[in-house]
Design a binder for this molecule. Structure first.
Ligand SMILES: [Zn+2]
Length: 511
């Protein structure tokens, strides 16, 4: 049985006000450990920032792990462990060395696969977004998994991720139960709520031990994984795992869902676009929405803290009108977006780079191909010599082996090179297009669109004293820092200064 350390941290800094107190973290983690039967042997906590390396208690914990006293850490979120590359790197290094075999976070799913480590390093804030060899390796790993028909993600309910073979296998405890539920639902006379309750009574519950959320259930019921396929990036792939039901039954389920009417999640979001969008900046619990209809028939809609914390009496009494929140969302979107003229200019620059890169890559690739050709010719000559009896078998074998190795080496290089291609330029292009899309979403006040965009590019969405705050991925943070004057004109001195000091160097650094 793995032994775990619990680690809690909260810095006294202003920006961490929204983080759960150490006491609250401890309580949550103890509960989590209990629910998941984790064997905790010691608890560590400290009030220090994790931005700089050198936290004494954290270091103490890691050295105890190196001694093998425990092989697992349980913490509220990866950012409790590290916010700098040294500490983040240490944790990942210990994972690589097998000194850490398990990291558990109630807020973050991790396993020790390459993807898991990649996600973790992103969480530690050390990932360089555009050019990262690690990323390339992950992509390679994912492609390999796809070729083998393995879903590169967490196994859905009823299955588990086999840690050694890295495959997905039926879970003894839940496979049959889940199958039973799918069959029940396919009959068509059960609502989602009924199935959910049925599942709960069978012990099919969410990670937190509560009944599965209806939107998650909807997601499960439409997951092609259950009939042997899976979707990756919108594409359907043949899986190599054991199917739970037949395609025919799966189709019946889809029909039943359709007949069940629109799923709750969608209809709810239609009414309240910003439900489950942000957390309370004081207590960390979700912001919920409420609707009041006046006698006159006027409808008022508000957002407020759910105040579910048992350990902290939340003092946020604001009821924020939906219009006010939408206005803030619109402003924030506007601030991380780029206008149409910019998009066109930047895209033009990118295609110029693409052209340049293609030219140089062409030469490089041709060079490799030429070398491979030469080796092939040499090999043929060698075979001829041997057939003509000019050289002995031993010498022939030895020389041929050298050529084979050289050829394989060059071919690998060529493969690698072709695969990498214009990867970072692609990413940059997508960024420009997305950021411009945000501009259009904001202009048309498309609330669901803006919400989805901010959910994708922003994290730590917090509502405090009626003010929405969002942390952005690095490339959007850059946009955030554009001087307002530059933003409105899209040209002129202010714009040029920003472009020359921020944008071009950023691109250069990625070449
Ligand atoms: Zn609150």
């Amino acid at each position: 049985m793995l032994k775990y350390f619990i680690y809690c941290r909260k810095s006294s800094e202003e920006e961490e006000r929204q983080i759960l107190s150490i006491e609250a973290q401890l309580q949550e983690l103890r509960d989590y450990a209990k629910q998941n039967s984790l064997f905790v042997i010691k608890e560590f906590s400290e009030s220090k920032t994790a931005k700089e390396p050198g936290r004494p208690i954290f270091n103490q914990m890691l050295s105890e792990m190196e001694e093998g006293k425990a092989t697992g850490i349980l913490a509220w979120n990866p950012d409790r462990l590290a916010r700098n590359s040294i500490d983040g790197g240490k944790v990942i290094y210990l994972v690589d060395m097998g000194k850490i075999q398990s990291l558990k976070f109630p807020t973050f799913w991790f396993d020790t696969t390459p993807q898991g480590k990649f996600m973790l390093s992103v969480a530690f804030g050390q990932a360089k977004y555009y050019t990262d060899n690690l990323r390339e390796n992950i992509l390679r790993g994912i492609r390999q998994k796809l070729r083998r028909g393995e879903l590169p993600a967490k196994a859905p309910l009823g299955y588990y991720n086999e840690p050694r073979l890295r495959t997905i296998e039926p879970d003894k405890a839940t496979f049959k139960k889940m199958k039973k539920c799918l069959e029940l639902f396919a009959e068509g006379n059960h609502t989602l709520t009924k199935i959910r309750d049925e599942m709960f009574s069978m012990g099919l519950v969410s990670k937190t031990g509560k009944p599965i959320h209806l939107s998650s259930l909807q997601f499960l019921l439409t997951n092609p994984f259950y009939y042997g396929m899976f979707k990756y990036r919108g594409e359907l792939q043949q899986g190599s795992h054991k199917p739970m039901v037949s395609k025919k039954l799966f189709d019946k389920i889809q029909l039943a869902i359709h007949d069940n009417g629109k799923p709750r999640k969608i209809s709810q979001q239609k009414v309240f676009p910003f439900v489950n969008f942000a957390q309370c900046g004081e207590c960390g619990y979700q912001i919920t929405a409420e609707q009041h209809i006046k006698k006159s028939g006027l409808v008022f809609r508000y957002y407020r803290c759910t105040k579910k914390s048992k350990t902290h009496k939340c003092g946020q009494h604001d009821f924020l009108r939906e219009e006010k929140l939408a206005e803030q969302v619109q402003n924030i979107c506007q601030n991380v977006s780029i206008p149409d003229e910019w998009r066109d200019k930047f895209l033009a620059k990118i295609s110029q780079w693409e052209q340049e890169q293609n030219d140089t890559s062409g030469i490089f690739a041709q060079n490799l191909k030429d070398k491979i050709k030469v080796i092939k010719e040499k090999t043929n000559r060698l075979i001829d010599l041997h057939l003509d009896g000019e050289i002995e078998l031993d010498e022939f074998k030895q020389k041929k082996n050298i050529l084979v190795e050289q050829k394989a080496d060059l071919e690998n290089k060529l493969n690698d090179f072709e695969r990498k291609g214009n990867h970072w330029l692609e990413l940059m292009k997508n960024w420009i297009i997305d950021a411009n899309q945000a501009h259009n979403l904001a202009n048309t006040k498309n609330s669901p669109g803006m919400r989805n965009f901010l959910k994708t590019v922003g994290s730590n969405r917090i509502l405090l004293n009626g003010k929405l705050q969002i942390s952005f991925a690095k490339q959007y943070e850059l946009l955030l820092n554009i001087p307002p004057k530059a933003r409105t004109t899209g040209e002129g001195e202010a714009f040029n200064t920003w472009r020359n000091s921020v944008w071009w160097p950023l691109l250069d650094s990625n070449q």
